[in-house]
Design a protein around this ligand. Structure first.
Ligand code: C2E
Ligand code: MG
Ligand code: MG
Length: 463
Protein backbone atom coordinates (compact mmCIF):
# COMPACT_ATOMS: atom_id res chain seq x y z
CA UNK A 1 0.00 0.00 0.00
CA UNK A 2 1.30 3.44 -0.89
CA UNK A 3 2.49 5.36 2.17
CA UNK A 4 0.60 8.54 2.74
CA UNK A 5 2.15 11.53 4.35
CA UNK A 6 -0.35 13.40 6.48
CA UNK A 7 -0.03 15.70 9.41
CA UNK A 8 -2.96 16.77 11.51
CA UNK A 9 -4.15 20.34 11.63
CA UNK A 10 -4.83 22.24 14.79
CA UNK A 11 -7.95 20.91 16.48
CA UNK A 12 -8.79 24.48 17.43
CA UNK A 13 -9.83 25.33 13.90
CA UNK A 14 -8.09 26.75 10.89
CA UNK A 15 -4.71 25.45 9.95
CA UNK A 16 -2.56 25.16 13.04
CA UNK A 17 1.18 25.45 12.98
CA UNK A 18 2.52 22.62 10.93
CA UNK A 19 3.41 19.62 12.96
CA UNK A 20 6.25 17.21 12.72
CA UNK A 21 5.63 15.10 9.69
CA UNK A 22 6.32 11.47 9.19
CA UNK A 23 5.26 8.89 6.68
CA UNK A 24 2.14 6.99 7.67
CA UNK A 25 1.86 3.48 6.34
CA UNK A 26 -1.45 2.38 4.89
CA UNK A 27 -1.82 0.00 7.83
CA UNK A 28 -1.43 2.83 10.31
CA UNK A 29 -4.00 4.86 8.47
CA UNK A 30 -6.40 1.98 8.41
CA UNK A 31 -5.92 1.35 12.14
CA UNK A 32 -6.74 4.96 12.82
CA UNK A 33 -3.39 6.03 14.20
CA UNK A 34 -2.49 9.67 13.82
CA UNK A 35 0.68 11.59 13.57
CA UNK A 36 1.03 13.96 16.49
CA UNK A 37 1.10 17.67 15.92
CA UNK A 38 4.07 19.23 17.59
CA UNK A 39 2.96 22.80 17.92
CA UNK A 40 6.29 23.95 19.20
CA UNK A 41 9.00 26.25 17.94
CA UNK A 42 8.95 29.89 17.00
CA UNK A 43 6.42 30.96 14.41
CA UNK A 44 9.17 32.07 12.09
CA UNK A 45 10.91 28.71 12.16
CA UNK A 46 7.59 26.98 11.61
CA UNK A 47 6.95 29.14 8.62
CA UNK A 48 10.20 28.09 6.99
CA UNK A 49 9.39 24.45 7.64
CA UNK A 50 5.83 25.00 6.61
CA UNK A 51 6.75 26.36 3.22
CA UNK A 52 7.88 22.85 2.34
CA UNK A 53 4.48 21.40 3.15
CA UNK A 54 1.17 21.87 1.41
CA UNK A 55 -2.03 22.89 3.13
CA UNK A 56 -4.75 20.73 1.70
CA UNK A 57 -8.47 21.38 1.73
CA UNK A 58 -10.64 18.69 0.20
CA UNK A 59 -14.37 19.20 -0.29
CA UNK A 60 -16.09 15.84 -0.50
CA UNK A 61 -19.64 16.10 -1.75
CA UNK A 62 -22.35 13.45 -1.84
CA UNK A 63 -22.82 13.38 -5.60
CA UNK A 64 -26.03 11.38 -5.39
CA UNK A 65 -27.51 13.44 -2.56
CA UNK A 66 -30.59 14.52 -4.54
CA UNK A 67 -31.50 10.93 -5.21
CA UNK A 68 -30.81 9.85 -1.65
CA UNK A 69 -33.02 12.67 -0.39
CA UNK A 70 -35.81 11.64 -2.74
CA UNK A 71 -35.56 8.12 -1.36
CA UNK A 72 -34.99 8.89 2.32
CA UNK A 73 -36.94 12.12 2.76
CA UNK A 74 -35.46 15.38 3.96
CA UNK A 75 -35.02 14.57 7.66
CA UNK A 76 -33.34 11.22 7.23
CA UNK A 77 -31.17 12.53 4.40
CA UNK A 78 -29.81 15.18 6.75
CA UNK A 79 -28.27 12.47 8.91
CA UNK A 80 -26.12 11.21 6.07
CA UNK A 81 -23.63 14.02 6.31
CA UNK A 82 -22.82 13.00 9.90
CA UNK A 83 -22.07 9.52 8.56
CA UNK A 84 -19.89 11.13 5.93
CA UNK A 85 -17.89 13.09 8.52
CA UNK A 86 -17.37 9.98 10.68
CA UNK A 87 -16.22 7.93 7.76
CA UNK A 88 -13.86 10.58 6.47
CA UNK A 89 -12.33 10.81 9.95
CA UNK A 90 -11.87 7.03 10.03
CA UNK A 91 -10.37 6.87 6.57
CA UNK A 92 -8.02 9.85 7.08
CA UNK A 93 -7.46 9.93 10.82
CA UNK A 94 -4.70 12.49 10.53
CA UNK A 95 -7.05 15.02 9.00
CA UNK A 96 -9.74 17.27 10.43
CA UNK A 97 -13.19 16.65 8.96
CA UNK A 98 -16.27 18.76 9.48
CA UNK A 99 -19.61 19.09 7.75
CA UNK A 100 -19.95 22.15 5.62
CA UNK A 101 -23.54 21.72 4.41
CA UNK A 102 -26.12 18.93 4.27
CA UNK A 103 -24.10 17.22 1.55
CA UNK A 104 -20.54 18.46 1.91
CA UNK A 105 -17.61 17.66 4.16
CA UNK A 106 -14.49 19.81 4.39
CA UNK A 107 -11.32 17.86 5.16
CA UNK A 108 -8.13 19.69 6.08
CA UNK A 109 -4.63 18.35 6.49
CA UNK A 110 -1.07 18.97 5.47
CA UNK A 111 0.82 16.86 3.00
CA UNK A 112 4.23 16.71 1.43
CA UNK A 113 3.01 16.81 -2.15
CA UNK A 114 0.02 17.03 -4.42
CA UNK A 115 0.37 13.29 -5.04
CA UNK A 116 -0.16 12.66 -1.33
CA UNK A 117 -3.31 14.75 -1.42
CA UNK A 118 -4.51 12.79 -4.46
CA UNK A 119 -3.73 9.53 -2.66
CA UNK A 120 -5.82 10.76 0.28
CA UNK A 121 -8.72 11.52 -2.08
CA UNK A 122 -8.37 8.07 -3.65
CA UNK A 123 -8.42 6.54 -0.18
CA UNK A 124 -11.66 8.38 0.56
CA UNK A 125 -13.18 7.01 -2.62
CA UNK A 126 -12.11 3.48 -1.68
CA UNK A 127 -13.56 3.95 1.78
CA UNK A 128 -16.92 4.88 0.30
CA UNK A 129 -17.07 1.93 -2.06
CA UNK A 130 -18.95 0.07 0.71
CA UNK A 131 -22.60 1.12 1.14
CA UNK A 132 -23.74 2.35 4.55
CA UNK A 133 -26.68 1.21 6.64
CA UNK A 134 -29.52 3.45 7.61
CA UNK A 135 -32.57 1.94 9.33
CA UNK A 136 -31.60 -1.51 8.12
CA UNK A 137 -31.40 -0.37 4.51
CA UNK A 138 -28.13 -0.10 2.66
CA UNK A 139 -27.37 3.00 0.62
CA UNK A 140 -24.49 3.78 -1.67
CA UNK A 141 -22.84 7.16 -1.20
CA UNK A 142 -21.12 8.48 -4.30
CA UNK A 143 -18.47 11.06 -3.58
CA UNK A 144 -17.25 13.85 -5.78
CA UNK A 145 -14.10 15.49 -4.49
CA UNK A 146 -12.63 18.87 -5.33
CA UNK A 147 -9.66 20.23 -3.48
CA UNK A 148 -6.92 22.78 -3.32
CA UNK A 149 -3.35 22.58 -2.18
CA UNK A 150 -1.62 25.76 -1.09
CA UNK A 151 1.81 26.43 0.31
CA UNK A 152 1.72 27.26 4.01
CA UNK A 153 2.29 30.85 5.06
CA UNK A 154 1.50 32.35 1.70
CA UNK A 155 -1.96 30.98 1.36
CA UNK A 156 -4.94 32.56 3.00
CA UNK A 157 -7.57 30.25 4.42
CA UNK A 158 -10.39 31.99 2.56
CA UNK A 159 -8.49 31.79 -0.72
CA UNK A 160 -7.90 28.11 -0.24
CA UNK A 161 -11.61 27.58 0.44
CA UNK A 162 -12.52 29.47 -2.74
CA UNK A 163 -10.05 27.48 -4.81
CA UNK A 164 -11.34 24.23 -3.39
CA UNK A 165 -14.92 25.26 -4.23
CA UNK A 166 -13.87 26.05 -7.76
CA UNK A 167 -12.11 22.70 -8.09
CA UNK A 168 -15.27 20.98 -6.85
CA UNK A 169 -17.34 22.81 -9.46
CA UNK A 170 -14.89 21.64 -12.13
CA UNK A 171 -14.92 18.12 -10.69
CA UNK A 172 -18.71 18.06 -10.99
CA UNK A 173 -18.57 19.27 -14.58
CA UNK A 174 -15.87 16.83 -15.59
CA UNK A 175 -17.16 13.87 -13.59
CA UNK A 176 -13.82 13.18 -11.90
CA UNK A 177 -12.06 14.27 -8.73
CA UNK A 178 -9.85 17.32 -9.14
CA UNK A 179 -7.26 18.72 -6.73
CA UNK A 180 -5.42 21.85 -7.79
CA UNK A 181 -2.04 23.02 -6.65
CA UNK A 182 -2.84 26.70 -6.43
CA UNK A 183 0.82 27.63 -6.61
CA UNK A 184 1.20 26.19 -10.08
CA UNK A 185 -2.15 26.87 -11.70
CA UNK A 186 -4.11 29.91 -12.64
CA UNK A 187 -6.94 28.98 -10.32
CA UNK A 188 -6.12 31.88 -8.10
CA UNK A 189 -7.41 34.24 -10.76
CA UNK A 190 -10.84 35.56 -10.09
CA UNK A 191 -13.07 34.38 -12.97
CA UNK A 192 -14.64 37.83 -13.03
CA UNK A 193 -11.19 39.22 -13.82
CA UNK A 194 -10.85 36.70 -16.61
CA UNK A 195 -14.17 37.74 -18.02
CA UNK A 196 -13.01 41.30 -18.66
CA UNK A 197 -10.65 39.75 -21.19
CA UNK A 198 -13.45 37.96 -23.03
CA UNK A 199 -14.17 40.67 -25.65
CA UNK A 200 -10.46 40.72 -26.59
CA UNK A 201 -10.36 36.93 -26.62
CA UNK A 202 -13.29 36.80 -29.05
CA UNK A 203 -11.72 39.48 -31.26
CA UNK A 204 -8.30 37.88 -31.36
CA UNK A 205 -9.37 34.31 -31.99
CA UNK A 206 -8.51 32.86 -28.59
CA UNK A 207 -11.95 31.32 -28.23
CA UNK A 208 -12.51 28.15 -30.22
CA UNK A 209 -14.88 25.21 -30.40
CA UNK A 210 -14.46 21.49 -30.05
CA UNK A 211 -17.00 18.99 -31.28
CA UNK A 212 -18.06 15.74 -29.69
CA UNK A 213 -20.16 13.25 -31.66
CA UNK A 214 -23.43 11.75 -30.49
CA UNK A 215 -23.83 8.28 -31.92
CA UNK A 216 -27.10 6.55 -32.71
CA UNK A 217 -26.90 3.17 -31.02
CA UNK A 218 -29.17 1.12 -33.27
CA UNK A 219 -28.08 2.51 -36.63
CA UNK A 220 -24.46 2.66 -35.55
CA UNK A 221 -23.89 6.08 -37.03
CA UNK A 222 -22.94 9.56 -35.94
CA UNK A 223 -26.28 11.35 -35.60
CA UNK A 224 -25.20 14.78 -34.43
CA UNK A 225 -22.51 16.63 -32.50
CA UNK A 226 -22.22 18.99 -29.57
CA UNK A 227 -20.12 22.15 -29.78
CA UNK A 228 -18.13 22.91 -26.61
CA UNK A 229 -16.38 26.21 -26.15
CA UNK A 230 -12.70 26.54 -25.07
CA UNK A 231 -10.36 29.46 -24.47
CA UNK A 232 -6.72 29.33 -25.53
CA UNK A 233 -5.48 32.03 -23.17
CA UNK A 234 -2.11 33.64 -24.00
CA UNK A 235 -0.73 33.28 -20.46
CA UNK A 236 -3.02 30.83 -18.70
CA UNK A 237 -3.11 28.10 -21.30
CA UNK A 238 -6.27 26.17 -22.09
CA UNK A 239 -9.22 27.41 -20.06
CA UNK A 240 -12.31 25.16 -19.98
CA UNK A 241 -15.89 26.44 -19.88
CA UNK A 242 -16.29 25.45 -16.22
CA UNK A 243 -13.89 28.28 -15.44
CA UNK A 244 -15.60 31.12 -17.27
CA UNK A 245 -19.17 30.38 -18.36
CA UNK A 246 -20.66 31.18 -14.98
CA UNK A 247 -18.74 34.45 -14.76
CA UNK A 248 -19.77 35.25 -18.34
CA UNK A 249 -23.38 34.71 -17.29
CA UNK A 250 -23.01 37.01 -14.31
CA UNK A 251 -21.26 39.73 -16.30
CA UNK A 252 -23.69 39.48 -19.23
CA UNK A 253 -20.84 38.56 -21.57
CA UNK A 254 -22.59 35.26 -22.27
CA UNK A 255 -24.81 36.75 -25.00
CA UNK A 256 -21.87 37.84 -27.19
CA UNK A 257 -20.07 34.53 -26.55
CA UNK A 258 -23.12 32.49 -27.52
CA UNK A 259 -23.81 34.53 -30.67
CA UNK A 260 -20.16 34.07 -31.67
CA UNK A 261 -20.54 30.32 -31.03
CA UNK A 262 -23.72 30.20 -33.10
CA UNK A 263 -22.04 31.91 -36.05
CA UNK A 264 -19.01 29.61 -35.87
CA UNK A 265 -21.24 26.55 -35.65
CA UNK A 266 -23.30 27.72 -38.63
CA UNK A 267 -20.06 27.98 -40.66
CA UNK A 268 -18.79 24.59 -39.50
CA UNK A 269 -22.15 22.91 -40.03
CA UNK A 270 -22.27 24.24 -43.60
CA UNK A 271 -18.72 23.05 -44.29
CA UNK A 272 -19.55 19.56 -42.98
CA UNK A 273 -22.79 19.47 -44.98
CA UNK A 274 -20.84 20.32 -48.14
CA UNK A 275 -18.46 17.48 -47.34
CA UNK A 276 -21.43 15.09 -47.13
CA UNK A 277 -22.00 15.12 -43.37
CA UNK A 278 -25.17 17.16 -42.94
CA UNK A 279 -25.70 16.44 -39.25
CA UNK A 280 -27.24 18.74 -36.63
CA UNK A 281 -24.82 20.51 -34.30
CA UNK A 282 -25.97 21.35 -30.79
CA UNK A 283 -24.98 24.48 -28.88
CA UNK A 284 -25.25 24.90 -25.10
CA UNK A 285 -27.53 27.81 -24.22
CA UNK A 286 -27.31 29.32 -20.75
CA UNK A 287 -30.48 29.77 -18.76
CA UNK A 288 -30.01 33.53 -18.48
CA UNK A 289 -30.26 33.81 -22.25
CA UNK A 290 -33.58 32.01 -22.39
CA UNK A 291 -35.10 34.89 -20.46
CA UNK A 292 -33.42 37.52 -22.66
CA UNK A 293 -35.72 38.65 -25.50
CA UNK A 294 -32.88 40.64 -27.13
CA UNK A 295 -30.70 37.55 -27.37
CA UNK A 296 -33.58 35.49 -28.74
CA UNK A 297 -34.23 38.06 -31.49
CA UNK A 298 -30.56 38.16 -32.49
CA UNK A 299 -30.20 34.39 -32.47
CA UNK A 300 -33.38 33.96 -34.54
CA UNK A 301 -32.09 36.56 -37.03
CA UNK A 302 -28.85 34.61 -37.48
CA UNK A 303 -30.64 31.30 -37.78
CA UNK A 304 -33.43 32.76 -39.92
CA UNK A 305 -32.77 31.87 -43.52
CA UNK A 306 -29.78 29.67 -42.99
CA UNK A 307 -31.53 26.33 -43.19
CA UNK A 308 -28.70 24.81 -41.14
CA UNK A 309 -29.37 21.92 -38.81
CA UNK A 310 -28.88 23.41 -35.37
CA UNK A 311 -29.87 22.17 -31.93
CA UNK A 312 -29.87 23.87 -28.53
CA UNK A 313 -29.01 22.10 -25.28
CA UNK A 314 -30.62 23.67 -22.26
CA UNK A 315 -30.50 22.62 -18.62
CA UNK A 316 -33.56 22.17 -16.48
CA UNK A 317 -32.49 24.97 -14.13
CA UNK A 318 -32.61 27.31 -17.12
CA UNK A 319 -36.32 26.81 -17.28
CA UNK A 320 -37.09 26.86 -13.58
CA UNK A 321 -35.83 30.44 -13.28
CA UNK A 322 -38.47 31.97 -15.54
CA UNK A 323 -40.56 29.17 -17.02
CA UNK A 324 -43.00 31.35 -18.88
CA UNK A 325 -40.52 33.28 -21.01
CA UNK A 326 -38.22 30.26 -21.37
CA UNK A 327 -41.03 28.18 -22.85
CA UNK A 328 -42.15 31.02 -25.12
CA UNK A 329 -38.62 31.61 -26.41
CA UNK A 330 -37.88 27.93 -26.85
CA UNK A 331 -41.05 27.65 -28.89
CA UNK A 332 -39.79 30.44 -31.16
CA UNK A 333 -36.57 28.52 -31.72
CA UNK A 334 -38.44 25.25 -32.27
CA UNK A 335 -40.72 26.97 -34.81
CA UNK A 336 -37.73 27.85 -36.99
CA UNK A 337 -36.44 24.28 -36.90
CA UNK A 338 -34.05 24.29 -33.93
CA UNK A 339 -34.02 20.93 -32.17
CA UNK A 340 -34.24 21.33 -28.39
CA UNK A 341 -32.48 18.92 -26.02
CA UNK A 342 -32.68 18.91 -22.24
CA UNK A 343 -29.13 18.65 -20.90
CA UNK A 344 -27.87 17.13 -17.65
CA UNK A 345 -31.18 15.49 -16.80
CA UNK A 346 -31.16 14.08 -13.27
CA UNK A 347 -28.65 16.54 -11.86
CA UNK A 348 -31.41 18.88 -10.75
CA UNK A 349 -34.77 18.43 -9.16
CA UNK A 350 -37.38 18.78 -11.84
CA UNK A 351 -39.64 16.00 -12.94
CA UNK A 352 -39.83 14.86 -16.50
CA UNK A 353 -43.56 15.63 -16.55
CA UNK A 354 -42.70 19.26 -15.83
CA UNK A 355 -40.02 19.37 -18.50
CA UNK A 356 -42.44 17.90 -21.00
CA UNK A 357 -44.03 21.34 -21.26
CA UNK A 358 -40.94 22.31 -23.28
CA UNK A 359 -40.81 21.76 -27.02
CA UNK A 360 -37.90 19.35 -26.50
CA UNK A 361 -37.36 16.19 -28.49
CA UNK A 362 -34.20 14.90 -26.81
CA UNK A 363 -33.30 14.18 -23.19
CA UNK A 364 -29.66 13.89 -22.16
CA UNK A 365 -29.07 11.84 -19.03
CA UNK A 366 -26.46 13.50 -16.85
CA UNK A 367 -23.05 11.82 -17.01
CA UNK A 368 -23.14 11.46 -13.23
CA UNK A 369 -25.45 8.44 -13.69
CA UNK A 370 -23.75 7.09 -16.78
CA UNK A 371 -20.13 6.99 -15.60
CA UNK A 372 -21.16 4.85 -12.59
CA UNK A 373 -23.63 2.74 -14.55
CA UNK A 374 -21.86 -0.57 -14.22
CA UNK A 375 -20.48 -0.05 -10.72
CA UNK A 376 -23.60 1.01 -8.85
CA UNK A 377 -26.84 -0.83 -8.07
CA UNK A 378 -29.18 2.07 -8.27
CA UNK A 379 -28.02 3.97 -11.36
CA UNK A 380 -29.03 1.30 -13.91
CA UNK A 381 -32.56 1.41 -12.49
CA UNK A 382 -32.67 5.19 -12.71
CA UNK A 383 -31.28 5.22 -16.25
CA UNK A 384 -33.62 2.52 -17.41
CA UNK A 385 -36.75 4.13 -15.98
CA UNK A 386 -35.68 7.51 -17.39
CA UNK A 387 -35.30 5.97 -20.84
CA UNK A 388 -38.73 4.32 -20.63
CA UNK A 389 -40.44 7.46 -19.38
CA UNK A 390 -38.77 9.68 -21.99
CA UNK A 391 -39.86 7.28 -24.72
CA UNK A 392 -43.40 7.33 -23.37
CA UNK A 393 -43.24 11.12 -23.72
CA UNK A 394 -41.97 10.84 -27.31
CA UNK A 395 -38.43 11.97 -26.59
CA UNK A 396 -35.17 10.43 -27.69
CA UNK A 397 -32.61 9.71 -24.99
CA UNK A 398 -28.90 10.46 -25.11
CA UNK A 399 -26.56 9.12 -22.46
CA UNK A 400 -23.58 11.44 -21.93
CA UNK A 401 -20.34 10.38 -20.27
CA UNK A 402 -20.14 6.93 -21.89
CA UNK A 403 -16.61 5.86 -21.08
CA UNK A 404 -16.56 2.07 -21.18
CA UNK A 405 -17.75 -0.68 -23.53
CA UNK A 406 -19.65 -2.20 -20.58
CA UNK A 407 -21.69 1.01 -20.12
CA UNK A 408 -22.25 1.15 -23.86
CA UNK A 409 -23.53 -2.45 -23.95
CA UNK A 410 -25.85 -1.89 -21.02
CA UNK A 411 -27.28 1.31 -22.53
CA UNK A 412 -27.85 -0.50 -25.79
CA UNK A 413 -29.82 -3.24 -24.02
CA UNK A 414 -31.82 -0.60 -22.14
CA UNK A 415 -32.94 0.94 -25.41
CA UNK A 416 -30.99 4.19 -25.14
CA UNK A 417 -31.15 5.97 -28.51
CA UNK A 418 -27.89 7.92 -28.56
CA UNK A 419 -24.57 7.82 -26.73
CA UNK A 420 -21.87 10.43 -26.27
CA UNK A 421 -18.61 10.12 -24.38
CA UNK A 422 -14.89 9.51 -24.27
CA UNK A 423 -15.41 5.90 -25.40
CA UNK A 424 -16.41 7.19 -28.81
CA UNK A 425 -14.44 10.42 -28.96
CA UNK A 426 -13.30 13.21 -26.73
CA UNK A 427 -14.31 16.67 -27.94
CA UNK A 428 -12.02 17.55 -30.87
CA UNK A 429 -11.52 20.54 -33.15
CA UNK A 430 -13.42 20.74 -36.41
CA UNK A 431 -10.71 19.26 -38.66
CA UNK A 432 -10.23 16.26 -36.39
CA UNK A 433 -13.99 15.90 -36.15
CA UNK A 434 -14.34 15.84 -39.90
CA UNK A 435 -11.58 13.23 -40.06
CA UNK A 436 -13.43 11.21 -37.43
CA UNK A 437 -16.54 11.23 -39.64
CA UNK A 438 -14.52 10.19 -42.69
CA UNK A 439 -12.79 7.34 -40.88
CA UNK A 440 -16.03 6.18 -39.32
CA UNK A 441 -17.66 5.99 -42.73
CA UNK A 442 -14.66 4.17 -44.12
CA UNK A 443 -14.64 1.60 -41.30
CA UNK A 444 -18.37 1.06 -41.60
CA UNK A 445 -18.01 0.36 -45.29
CA UNK A 446 -15.50 -2.35 -44.42
CA UNK A 447 -17.70 -4.03 -41.83
CA UNK A 448 -21.26 -2.75 -41.79
CA UNK A 449 -22.54 -4.86 -38.94
CA UNK A 450 -20.21 -3.71 -36.19
CA UNK A 451 -19.88 -0.57 -34.16
CA UNK A 452 -17.19 0.89 -36.35
CA UNK A 453 -16.59 3.67 -33.86
CA UNK A 454 -15.69 1.15 -31.19
CA UNK A 455 -13.08 -0.62 -33.23
CA UNK A 456 -10.29 1.83 -33.47
CA UNK A 457 -8.38 2.62 -30.32
CA UNK A 458 -6.93 5.62 -32.06
CA UNK A 459 -10.37 7.09 -32.65
CA UNK A 460 -11.65 6.80 -29.11
CA UNK A 461 -8.59 8.24 -27.62
CA UNK A 462 -8.19 11.18 -29.96
CA UNK A 463 -7.71 14.28 -27.83
P1 C2E B 1 -22.30 19.72 -20.96
O1 C2E B 1 -23.06 20.47 -21.98
O2 C2E B 1 -23.05 18.74 -20.14
O3 C2E B 1 -21.12 19.04 -21.76
C1 C2E B 1 -20.59 17.80 -21.45
C2 C2E B 1 -19.30 17.91 -20.70
O4 C2E B 1 -18.87 16.58 -20.41
C3 C2E B 1 -18.17 18.54 -21.51
O5 C2E B 1 -17.31 19.21 -20.60
C4 C2E B 1 -17.48 17.31 -22.10
O6 C2E B 1 -16.13 17.55 -22.44
C5 C2E B 1 -17.59 16.35 -20.94
N1 C2E B 1 -17.57 14.94 -21.38
C6 C2E B 1 -17.88 14.46 -22.60
N2 C2E B 1 -17.76 13.10 -22.62
C7 C2E B 1 -17.37 12.73 -21.39
C8 C2E B 1 -17.07 11.44 -20.80
O7 C2E B 1 -17.14 10.39 -21.41
N3 C2E B 1 -16.70 11.45 -19.49
C9 C2E B 1 -16.61 12.60 -18.76
N4 C2E B 1 -16.23 12.50 -17.50
N5 C2E B 1 -16.89 13.83 -19.30
C10 C2E B 1 -17.27 13.89 -20.60
P2 C2E B 1 -16.80 20.68 -20.90
O8 C2E B 1 -16.47 20.83 -22.35
O9 C2E B 1 -15.76 21.02 -19.88
O10 C2E B 1 -18.09 21.55 -20.66
C11 C2E B 1 -18.64 21.67 -19.40
C12 C2E B 1 -19.94 22.40 -19.47
O11 C2E B 1 -19.73 23.77 -19.87
C13 C2E B 1 -20.90 21.84 -20.49
O12 C2E B 1 -21.57 20.74 -19.96
C14 C2E B 1 -21.83 23.03 -20.71
O13 C2E B 1 -22.80 23.10 -19.68
C15 C2E B 1 -20.89 24.20 -20.54
N6 C2E B 1 -20.54 24.74 -21.87
C16 C2E B 1 -19.66 24.28 -22.78
N7 C2E B 1 -19.66 25.06 -23.88
C17 C2E B 1 -20.60 26.03 -23.66
C18 C2E B 1 -21.09 27.13 -24.44
O14 C2E B 1 -20.70 27.39 -25.58
N8 C2E B 1 -22.06 27.90 -23.85
C19 C2E B 1 -22.56 27.63 -22.61
N9 C2E B 1 -23.51 28.41 -22.12
N10 C2E B 1 -22.12 26.61 -21.86
C20 C2E B 1 -21.15 25.82 -22.39
MG1 MG C 1 -24.38 20.07 -23.29
MG1 MG D 1 -24.49 17.63 -20.17
Amino acid sequence: MMPLSLTPVSPLGGFGLPGERRELSGAEIEQGSTAVAANSGAAEASCVRASETLRILLLAEIANFTLLRRHLGVTRSETIVAELVDRCAQILPGARSRSSSDRLVAIEFEAASLEDAEAAAARLQQGFAEPFNLDRETHAIRLRIGGAAGRNCDCEEVQLAEWAEKALAEARAEGRDIIRDVASTHLGVDPLELIHELPRALREGEIFLQYQPKVRVRQQEVASAEALVRWRHPTRGLVLPGEFIQAAEQSRGIGALTLWTLEQVLRDQRMLAQAGYDIPIFINISGVLLADAGFVDQACARLGDHGAKIGFEITETAVIRDPESAIRHLQRFADIGVVIAIDDYGAGLSSLAYLKQLPASELKIDKLFVTQLTSSNRDPLIVRSTIDLAHALDMEVTAEGVETPAAMALLSVMGCDLVQGYLISRPVEIDAFRQFLEEDEHLKALDGQRFSFLRSDRLWKSA
